[in-house]
Every structure is written in C-alpha cells, then in structure tokens.
Design a protein around this ligand. Structure first.
Ligand SMILES: Cc1cc2nc3c(=O)[nH]c(=O)nc-3n(C[C@H](O)[C@H](O)[C@H](O)COP(=O)(O)OP(=O)(O)OC[C@H]3O[C@@H](n4cnc5c(N)ncnc54)[C@H](O)[C@@H]3O)c2cc1C
Length: 449
C-alpha cells in the first residue's frame, strides 16, 4: 500500500533539498519518521514502523509551502504594513533588569526574562525551549522548562541545527498553557499546525523566538575541534555558543580540562564553510509569526555600553501587555525605539533574506512558496548575490574546509572579521540601496496537494 504523505514529503520536500530540519514531521509522525545525521546534515527518514505517515506531518512542513500572507491573517488578523519586519505593534531596545538573567542570555536575556515572568505569574506552566547538554554534553535538545532555573539552563543561542519540533510528539499529553520558543521555520510550522487545530499545539498559547540570520551544521563545531587537534565531539564536557560578556564567545570545555574559546565575530569564520541550506532559503529574519521576537541590538550606541542589549518586536496586543507589565514591575528595561531604527540595526541581514533569498530561489530547481515576493530587484543587487553564491560554493568544497582547519586560528578569526567588515562596506551601497523602498506583492506559486 502506498504511503501517500511520506511519498509527498520525500518527493516534494526532501528530494528537492528543501527540508529546513524544523522537526515537525518527525514530532507528529507517531514514530513513522525519525532523524538521521549524514555528513553533518540531519534529515528525516522513514522508520520500520508499520502504518501510514499522518497527513499532518506533510501539512506542518514549512519548507515547501509557507504562505506568510495567510499565516499573518490567521495569527494577527491582518497583513504586515512592513514586509521587512512583519506585523508589529511596538519596537524596543532593552534587557532583563535581573543581572544574572541578563548575563545568562545571548543578548539582553529578554526571552528568558519573559518566560520566567510568564511562569511566575502563572500565565503558563511550562515553556518549550532548547537546552544544551541535557543528556549529551554537546547536543542541544528541546525540553519543557517549568521553573526559573530550568529556563536559565536554556538561555543563549544554539547555532547548530536542532530540530526543536521533534518535541511535538510529547506535547499533546502535556498540561498547558505553554509558551514556545523557536526559530522562524519552526514557528511557521507551529502556526500551520494551529491553523489545522492539531492537538500537539493545543496548549501553546504564547510564541517567542530569536531573530535568525544564519545557522550552521554541527560539522562547524567538529571542524573547530579538529583545528585544535581534537578528533571527536565526544571529548566535550560543556558547550556554550555565547558564553561571557555580550556579544559573548564560543566556549568548549574538554575532558582533559582544556577550554577552547573563540570570540563571536571570530567564530563566524565558519559560516561560509558550514552555513545551512535553509539559512540561504528562508525569507524570515525577524521571526515574523511570533508574538515577540528578539535579536541583538547591533548599534554602536548599545555595543559601546556593553552588558547586553536586545532589540524586541512585539507583534500582538498580548505581547504589548506583557512587555508593559514587565516594564512597570521593573523586570525589563525598555526603550521605545522607532521601527526604522530597530530595522537599521540589521539592514545587511534583512537584505540577505528579503532580497537575497528571493534571488537565490530563482536558482533553485524547485523553489519554496512563501506567498509573497519583491516586485523587482535591481541588477546591481543580483550581481552581489552571484558573488556570494561563488563564495559559499567555494566554502562548501572539501578542500576549502580542509584548508581552513590547517590555518592558524589566531589568524583566521581576525582576518575573517576584517574581510567581513570590508565586504559589508564594499557592498553597503548596493545592498542597502532601495531595501527600505522595496515593494512586495502577495502571490502564490503553487497549489498544495
Ligand atoms: C541560529 C540563530 C541565529 C541567529 N542570528 C541572529 C542574527 O543574525 N542577528 C541577531 O540580531 N540575532 C540573531 N539571533 C538571535 C540572538 O542570538 C539571540 O537569541 C536573541 O538576541 C535573544 O537573546 P536573549 O538574550 O533575549 O535570549 P535568551 O534569554 O538567551 O533566550 C534565548 C532563547 O532562545 C532559545 N534558543 C536558542 N537557540 C535556539 C535554536 N537554535 N532554536 C530554537 N530556540 C533556540 C533558547 O532555548 C532560549 O529560550 C540568532 C539566534 C539563533 C539561535
């Protein structure tokens, strides 16, 4: 007997190289699907379990069809006034006022502070978030945090692909209400499931998420280890992607007691070599379907103050209520920030997604359908994308990955950082020119089966 929905997933998503590893299909597959890692890439496979893969496993997939206009109407009842940010009701820069939460967080500890507040005011009984080292020291896995301490253990960013939504298999039986923290594709999948009233997401009443520019495969960590003469991740006893003072540094503690570190902007040298396909594919940078999304407040004004600052977009009335309540209780320090100013902190990454991804889609044999697109992109901007395409293609070659491991890291990180800054400066005019004025049109490319 044919397995209709597995056939669709395999043919329309996996064989077309579209899977973003959100984890939903596996999570709600009743054990008919599982993840397998192959050369650093985790992908769903069919297990031996008899029976059909449920239809919802395909419907939840955000990789092939992810109609942002429809999902915006479903979640917020309207279309975004600004397609760069998605729907917003308020924008802020801020941080947790509790020093330990702020320090534990990736930027200002805002997501953790909100989760703790929701727990302490009994608006939720738990929060789905990601913890590194819950069972294996170097692996991140989704957990339900039910106390302040458990939320704090999940603070910070995980830059290696982790299919958070595999946890959906257990959520149906959990008590709610729950908050949920995920990346843009994971959140989109949650919204798709809420739209079809799937029981796995019944208890999720509040959704938060980090901005998401780029993500890497776990091979980036393996490569970093090899650069230090460490042959296996099994030597790791503790892994923190953004330890210490903002912006933080990669910190890997080994069984032999050594601690390997790399500043955040130096560790970024691994991005061109290990960037995921989905980072190049997704068009949502600011996590547009969340109630609240949070990024780093990259601006000289805040970077010079140090300590940790987040940029925060509130997208729903409830989000605004929560933020105002936390501000009045002095749990969050918030500065109202015009949306334009908030977006200007990330114009390179917004351009990378809102024009770059749409250009890259033209080169894909089968492109995802996000339900909208820019009406036109200048040729100078397309030329920049060709340069990036070559750059990433060279980075993905085995020889390039081998070479980078054999160069002294003390040199590679700083040189990469200089090149990154130089490239940003060089491409600034073409990349920023017209970004704010870019017009988008609602459209649909395909009918879902
Ligand atoms: C892969 C990735 C790429 C990012 N790229 C950018 C960028 O380009 N520019 C930018 O400004 N910000 C980016 N961010 C967001 C930034 O790193 C911080 O997460 C954000 O500023 C929130 O900080 P915070 O201190 O408020 O959150 P915290 O209080 O540290 O809480 C973070 C929450 O996010 C959850 N989380 C962490 N990693 C993941 C993950 N991989 N999947 C699902 N949940 C996760 C944690 O469990 C925790 O609950 C990225 C984050 C990630 C994970």
């Amino acid at each position: 007997m044919s397995d209709q929905w597995w056939d669709h997933l395999r043919r329309d998503v996996l064989d077309c190289n579209l899977c973003t590893q959100c984890g939903s299909c596996v999570g709600i597959s009743d054990g008919t699907l599982a993840f397998r890692e192959d050369h650093g890439i985790v992908l769903p496979i069919r297990t031996e379990k008899s029976g059909q893969v449920p239809e919802a496993a395909f419907r939840a997939c955000p990789a092939l069809a992810c109609p942002y206009p429809d999902l915006n109407r479903f979640v917020f009842g309207k279309l975004p006034g600004n397609w760069l940010s998605g729907v917003t009701e308020g924008s802020f820069v801020g941080h947790a006022t509790d020093k330990s939460i702020r320090r534990a967080g990736a930027s200002g500890g805002v997501i953790s502070a909100i989760l703790i507040h929701l727990l302490e005011t009994k608006q939720i009984v738990g929060a789905v978030c990601l913890q590194v080292g819950a069972s294996v020291p170097y692996r991140a896995e989704p957990v339900i945090a039910r106390t302040k301490e458990e939320v704090m253990r999940c603070a910070q960013s995980v830059y290696s692909v982790t299919p958070v939504n595999t946890i959906l298999g257990t959520l149906e039986k959990e008590e709610g209400p729950l908050a949920y923290v995920g990346l843009p594709d994971q959140v989109a999948s949650i919204r798709k499931l809420q739209r079809i009233k799937h029981p796995a997401v019944r208890n999720i009443t509040f959704v938060l998420g980090p901005y998401m520019g780029t993500q890497m495969t776990f091979d980036a960590i393996r490569s970093f280890l090899r650069s230090h003469g460490v042959s296996s991740e099994k030597e790791i006893t503790r892994l923190r992607y953004r330890a210490g003072e903002w912006p933080g540094h990669l910190e890997i503690t080994l069984k032999d007691g050594r601690v390997l570190t790399a500043e955040k902007f130096h560790y970024n040298y691994l991005i061109p070599f290990f960037i995921t396909r989905s980072s190049l594919q997704l068009v949502d940078f600011t996590n547009e379907l969340t109630d609240i999304s949070v990024g780093d407040a990259w601006s000289p004004k805040y970077e010079s103050k140090r300590g940790g600052y987040s940029v925060i977009l509130a997208r729903s009335a409830r989000a605004m209520e929560i933020l105002e309540d936390m501000r009045s209780r002095d749990l969050l320090a918030l500065t109202d920030t015009p949306l334009d100013e908030a977006l200007a902190m990330h114009s390179h990454m917004l351009d990378f997604k809102k024009r770059g991804s749409f250009i890259r889609m033209r080169w894909m044999p089968v492109a995802p359908d996000y339900g909208y697109r820019p009406t036109s992109i200048p040729s100078a901007r397309i030329f920049i994308e060709w340069c990036l395409r070559m750059f990433f293609a060279i980075g993905a070659l085995r020889i390039s990955r081998w070479a980078i491991e054999h160069l002294p890291l003390k040199l590679v990180g700083p040189v990469f950082n200089l090149l990154r800054k130089g490239w940003k400066e060089l491409s600034k005019t073409s990349k920023r020119k017209g970004l704010r004025e870019t017009e988008f049109e609602v459209c649909s490319l395909r009918q879902s089966p």
